[in-house]
Design a protein around this ligand. Structure first.
Ligand SMILES: Cc1cc2nc3c(=O)[nH]c(=O)nc-3n(C[C@H](O)[C@H](O)[C@H](O)COP(=O)(O)OP(=O)(O)OC[C@H]3O[C@@H](n4cnc5c(N)ncnc54)[C@H](O)[C@@H]3O)c2cc1C
Length: 439
């Protein structure tokens, strides 16, 4: 605990927010304050935690502190899938039980998000059209889709298997050969949803944007320094994702992965007519690291999510976007030849926090200090529910889902650096090579 050596740094490239009207951020903290609660990080976890704290303790003062703007961090840079059923999971009894737990947690998160979207009329292109989980090769089908189908059957979850023409008729292009459609996932513009949640906080939450915490002390009292003011708080919740180590938390347990997204320009009426398939859909690849996530968005753009990298320095230079964009443009041209003039308009990157064993950094980490980090790439469901549940835990609310979430496991310890870096890079290279046909 002490100085925060690496604060978040988001460039101005996020396509999801660039296509929205400009937004006036909440003013930064400009004085010293004393509050009952401080929540650091206005991503999915922090937004949910601040809201639930306010509901549980309507008389308490809550400061929500964000280094940048809500909607500009990973919470607004993702592919916009709010995913309710697990994929890439084995079918042992233990794995089935955690799949069942995941579904109950994910559905509680979706219900909470939907309530906010309706209550505050958040315009985020909320699209309850489900999603496809799709493979390119027979190996992808036998190793990922078939086991996923068995899991869904064991869980009694509805799904539809699409193959060949029946799949291509839904999505209008031919790269993938089979897919499992599940109806419960939601597709959104993630920046619009994050902004909407941040701008409709309960009255006892004050959001301070452009307020990076530069120094943190948790004992003997909670004291956080920011460029123009200090926060003293009775209790703290840290929802800072891959930046948790900067606060002295979860050292050697978190793996920061950067991933890139691109959005095309809007399809013209004529192009919309030429593109076969449904008017909006979302597809996740059988292999999330190697494969490509694709969407036809409700506002008629094509989204591509791809290019994952291990990035322990917590920075990804925008100079790498040129190559990524050229690759995404090439995918567009190959997959959608009927749209030959369709250009990529925006390319960006963001951070995903994963752990070796898929566990999270959820719980009490010091007297009066709690953390909700590391959703392993499922920010909308696991991030949101972890925020709601950490607020319940911190306020002593007896919620049975806390135990369900904790049973999914704690982020496991990693080998020390530089062995870690060598090991992860080698593993990444091997996975990319082994699954190259799913790209
Ligand atoms: C390209 C891409 C595609 C993805 N697709 C999906 C998807 O389709 N569906 C899905 O569910 N998830 C997806 N994810 C993952 C998802 O975005 C993350 O899992 C999620 O955003 C994590 O939520 P969080 O609240 O834990 O962290 P974040 O959203 O990263 O929020 C943490 C916040 O803490 C703030 N912070 C950190 N340090 C400080 C400090 N010192 N002072 C003040 N504030 C600080 C940061 O600025 C940040 O806003 C994707 C991610 C990427 C990058």
């Amino acid at each position: 605990m002490g100085r925060i050596a690496i604060p978040p740094l988001n460039d101005a490239t996020n396509g999801w927010s660039r296509i929205l009207p400009t937004r006036e951020p909440h003013p930064p903290l400009q004085q010293d304050i004393q509050v009952d609660w401080v929540v650091v990080g206005a991503g999915q976890a922090g937004l949910a935690a601040a809201r639930r704290l306010a509901e549980n303790r309507p008389g308490d003062s809550i400061a929500l502190i964000e280094a940048g703007e809500s909607g500009e961090g990973a919470q607004g840079r993702n592919a916009g899938f709010i995913i309710d059923t697990p994929h890439n999971i084995g079918s042992s009894l233990e794995e089935l039980s955690s799949a069942r737990s995941y579904i109950s947690l994910a559905r509680a998160a979706i219900q909470s998000l939907e309530e906010q979207v309706r209550k505050y009329d958040i315009r985020c292109d909320w699209d309850a059209s489900g999603k496809l989980h799709a493979a390119v090769t027979p190996k992808g089908i036998s190793q990922i889709l078939e086991p996923t189908r068995k899991v869904l059957e064991s869980l009694n979850e509805p799904y539809t298997w699409f193959e060949g023409r029946s799949l291509h008729e839904r999505i209008g292009f031919k790269h993938f050969t089979a897919g499992i459609y599940t109806p419960g996932s939601i597709l959104v513009n993630p920046a619009a949803l994050s902004r909407g949640l941040a701008d409709n906080m309960p009255a006892n939450v004050t959001l301070y944007e452009h307020t990076p915490v530069t120094f943190a002390e948790f004992s003997p009292e909670i004291r956080l320094k920011t460029p123009q003011g200090t926060i003293r708080a009775g209790k703290a919740i840290l929802a800072v994702s891959v930046f948790a180590e900067q606060f002295g938390l979860l050292r050697n347990r978190l793996i920061p992965i950067s991933a890139c997204g691109s959005l095309s320009r809007q399809l013209t009426e004529d192009e919309q007519g030429r593109l076969e398939g449904l008017r909006s859909w979302g597809l996740t690849p059988a292999n999330a690291f190697v494969g490509v996530t694709v969407r036809r968005t409700r506002d008629q753009r094509i989204l591509i999510r791809q290019d994952m990298r291990y990035q322990p320095e917590l920075r990804r230079s925008s100079s790498s976007y040129g190559t990524v964009r050229a690759h995404h443009q090439d995918l567009l041209e190959r997959w959608f030849p009927a749209l030959k003039d369709l250009a990529i308009e925006h390319t960006w990157s963001g951070f995903i926090c994963v752990s070796r064993n898929g566990g999270s950094g959820f719980g009490k980490v010091a007297p009066n200090v709690y953390s909700a980090v590391c959703d392993n790439g499922l920010g909308w469901t696991k991030g949101t529910i972890s925020g709601l549940l950490i607020a319940d835990k911190a306020t002593g609310i007896d919620n049975p889902l806390i135990e369900t979430y904790e049973a999914l496991g704690h982020a496991a310890k990693l080998p020390p650096r530089p062995f870690l870096d060598i090991g992860i890079r080698a593993r990444f290279a091997f996975e990319l090579w082994r699954n190259r046909h799913e790209a």
